[in-house]
Design a binder for this molecule. Structure first.
Ligand SMILES: [Ca+2]
Length: 191
């Protein structure tokens, strides 16, 4: 009996501690490769090849890459290769650099689609990534949620605000759908 009464508070404590730590979202896009169509203007902002998946998204020119509005047609697409098939993509977040004073506007629209076939075929449209246009000089976060969906390749399609406008971005994240863990479910019983 003594052992029984000792073990219950310890078990509750473990559940409380485990339940209070928010799970870190899994970003499937981290460090992954991508292709762009039309090609990114690499001589201009200097994307060394991985700026959109390197985790750096400060509001500054350094982490930014994209398309020069004077030369790139709309729409402008990025296809991320997640390296292996995923079954549970829950959200996609695109960080867009906006500087009105430098003539870099928000995007008119960003659409998200996914494919399990290849980087060039089999894409199903998932929906629009939306943001709140604050008018600020800031990064705008365009977010699509609606999964879980399966895919290996994720495409984002940007339409600039008006023809001739730049599309500049610093990061694309593809998050695993959040699900409740077994520990989380047990913790709920104690609330
Ligand atoms: Ca980045």
């Amino acid at each position: 009996m003594r052992k029984f009464w000792f073990s219950i508070p310890v078990a509750v404590l473990v559940l409380v501690v485990a339940g209070s730590i928010p799970a870190q979202p899994v970003n499937y896009a981290a460090g992954m490769t991508y292709t762009a169509d039309p090609p990114l203007r690499t001589d201009w902002l200097g994307d060394s090849g991985g700026e959109l998946t390197d985790g750096v998204k400060d509001w500054a020119w350094g982490p930014v890459t994209g398309w020069d509005g004077m030369t790139a047609t709309n729409p402008r697409t990025i296809v991320l290769d997640l390296a292996s098939a995923k079954s549970d993509i829950g959200s996609v977040v695109v960080t867009v650099f906006v500087s009105i004073s430098s003539a870099v506007p928000p995007q008119k629209q960003i659409l998200v689609s996914g494919s399990s076939t290849s980087a060039t075929a089999g894409f199903a449209e998932w929906g629009e990534a939306v943001t709140k246009d604050t008018g600020d000089e800031a990064n705008y976060t365009y977010t699509w949620t609606g999964g879980p969906f399966a895919a290996r390749w994720v495409k984002v399609i940007l339409d600039s605000q008006t023809p001739g406008s730049h599309s500049l971005l610093s990061e694309i994240e593809v998050f695993k759908a959040e699900g409740s863990s077994a520990v989380g479910d047990e913790w709920m019983l104690y609330q």
